[in-house]
Design a protein around this ligand. Structure first.
Ligand code: HEM
Length: 521
């Protein structure tokens, strides 16, 4: 997502502590801590090395280790390079912490799925969890009873069997998307983003549909940017926890205060709005209103903070990721008109021109379903999963993975794994069809018990958007001043969610009168 949406943050601070104020104030403290950690690691590392192969990785500097190798910008790209150089596991060692970068399907599946009891925890990141307050949200919850309770609770809104309830809402947001795009095709990307946030907000809180510049859309975007910076930033305090005791005027602590305020706002604003509606008797049925009414009549088994945090986690995690996937879909269709035409032919055959497609058509639209999976494989919206943590020492493939290692799994590398997919750079939905189909990239949502709980919903949402758009519009290249087609070269940005950079395109109605399918309803 575009980090520029974070409004007026405190002065930019180099996360690893290269800022001069920071360096000056720590001038005396850091060398002592580094020396202690380095000595401890030296002996710990030597003991492990006597028995096991050394996990490969870039050469560590004395004292600093691999501090300067931390890939905070485009992690998946650095990981892909390391994968070619070092193999499926690369190790960085930063101030006493082992960070393992996993890049092959086999290794990721083996560790995160088959040995999930050990590898499903989250690292305790002082910056994001303690200082910014992200610890109350499900993506940061340690693996254990609270995690399981939250997952069970989320099923009330995300389980496949309750998704039928959301179909009406998806269709309504879909028709809003088509109407707005018909009136103002240049803004299609913004309408897709509005779809995701508005749908998530309505599903969780039952609030009215959002408009394109609604503060809640902007707040969701900002929240995602904040979370990305907090989690992926590579903050010095995550490696030297004692730094959290520094005074509050230090730049990274001021930044954390700003992030904390944004996260609180995101959790409280829609929650308080529903509370008011429940008290006024005007609430629309939603995950929050149902649970709030249980508080009122005393039948709730949950605490208020659990309900509030679960709602915020779903809303926060759903908006930006899904918007990114639909943006990728537009880009893929623009670059591959043959695929677009084939999906439209299938839609015309199965659905025709007298109605809009619906979820019930999914089973009869295998090519379109494959387009959706290929979009998720070709450009995984979250190329590197949220960091995992090992809860015990584990021997794996001749290596020793020490307890408390941080593990980063590249879902992007899985999408480019030649042992699973052929011609990995090609956009080819046919790969999932025919006599020898390749496996659908369910890994785009993570692997093991921490896999995205919203995966089925996200696939349904993407399917419906793709079906609606391709039924009603052609996505075509824009023309330059000489009338030549502009074919964009895809580029992406974002720390955790990698969204396409702006590209020119044209959306035009597929046939005269198509608007009668969505204008009246
Ligand atoms: C195309 C859209 C989406 C993609 C690509 C995606 C991808 C992911 C990935 C890769 C993870 C991390 C898995 C790991 O750490 O191993 C994740 C976690 C999560 N996702 Fe999604 N997601 C999407 C949409 C959604 C939606 C629609 C929801 C909710 C309705 C959602 C809710 C969550 C939550 C709550 C987590 C944290 C899980 C945990 O820590 O245990 N996501 N997602």
């Amino acid at each position: 997502m575009n980090s520029s949406t974070v409004s007026a943050p405190p002065p930019v601070f180099s996360p690893l502590g290269h800022g001069s104020t920071f360096a000056f104030s720590l001038a005396h403290l850091i060398p002592a801590i580094l020396a202690l950690l380095a000595t401890y690691n030296f002996f710990r590392g030597r003991k492990a090395a006597q028995l096991h192969k050394r996990i490969p990785g870039p050469r560590a500097l004395p004292l600093l280790g691999n501090l300067l190798d931390w890939p905070s910008e485009h992690q998946a790209k650095s990981m892909q390079v390391w994968s070619e150089r070092y193999g499926p596991i690369t190790k960085l060692s930063i101030l006493g912490k082992n960070i393992l970068f996993l890049t092959s399907t086999q290794t990721i599946t083996e560790l995160l799925s088959k040995q999930s009891a050990v590898f499903s925890d989250r690292p305790q990141l002082v910056f994001s969890q303690e200082l910014c307050g992200l610890d109350v949200l499900h993506p940061m919850t340690p693996y254990g009873p609270d995690f399981r309770e939250q997952r069970k609770f989320m099923k009330e809104v995300l389980a496949p069997e309750v998704q039928k309830r959301h179909e009406g809402l998806l269709a309504e947001e879909g028709r809003r998307l088509l109407r707005a795009t018909f009136d103002n095709p240049k803004d299609a990307v913004r309408y897709l983003r509005r779809f995701s946030t508005s749908f998530a907000l309505r599903m969780v809180y039952g609030l009215p549909p959002l408009e394109i510049d609604d503060p809640d859309v902007l707040l969701a975007e900002e929240m995602m940017a904040v979370s990305e910076y907090a989690i992926v930033g590579g903050w010095a305090v995550d490696f030297i926890p004692a730094l959290k005791h520094l005074p509050s005027w230090i730049p990274f602590k001021r930044r954390a205060q700003y992030y904390r305020a944004k996260i609180n706002e995101m959790m409280s604003k829609p929650w308080e709005a529903v509370k008011q509606q429940v008290m006024d008797g005007t609430a629309t049925e939603s995950f929050c209103s149902i649970n709030m009414e249980k508080f009122v009549d005393g039948t709730s088994k949950h605490t208020e903070i659990l309900v509030k945090a679960t709602a915020a986690a779903i809303y926060g995690a759903a908006s930006d990721t899904a918007a990114c996937a639909s943006h990728n879909f537009l880009l893929a269709m623009l670059l591959h008109p043959d695929v677009q035409a084939k999906a439209q032919t299938e839609l015309d055959r199965v659905v025709g021109h007298d109605r809009l497609p619906c979820m019930a058509d999914k089973a009869r639209l295998p090519f379109l379903v494959s387009v959706v999976w290929e979009v998720l494989r070709w450009a995984p919206p979250v190329p590197v999963a949220i960091p995992h943590r090992s809860r015990a020492d584990v021997e794996f493939d001749g290596y020793m993975i020490p307890e408390d290692s941080m593990l980063l799994a590249s879902l992007y590398s899985m999408s480019r794994d030649p042992t699973v997919h052929t011609s990995v750079e090609d956009f080819n939905p046919e790969r999932f069809l025919g006599d020898k189909p390749e496996p659908q990239p369910h890994y785009a949502f993570g692997v093991g018990p921490r896999r995205c709980p919203g995966a089925d919903l996200a696939v349904n949402q993407l399917f419906l958007q793709a079906a609606y758009i391709l039924s009603c519009f052609n996505i075509k290249p824009a023309l330059d001043e000489n009338g030549a087609e502009i074919i964009p070269v895809p580029t992406f940005s974002g720390k955790m969610v990698r969204t396409p950079n702006e590209f020119p395109f044209v959306m035009e109605a597929r046939y005269p009168g198509v608007e009668r399918l969505f204008m009246s309803s």
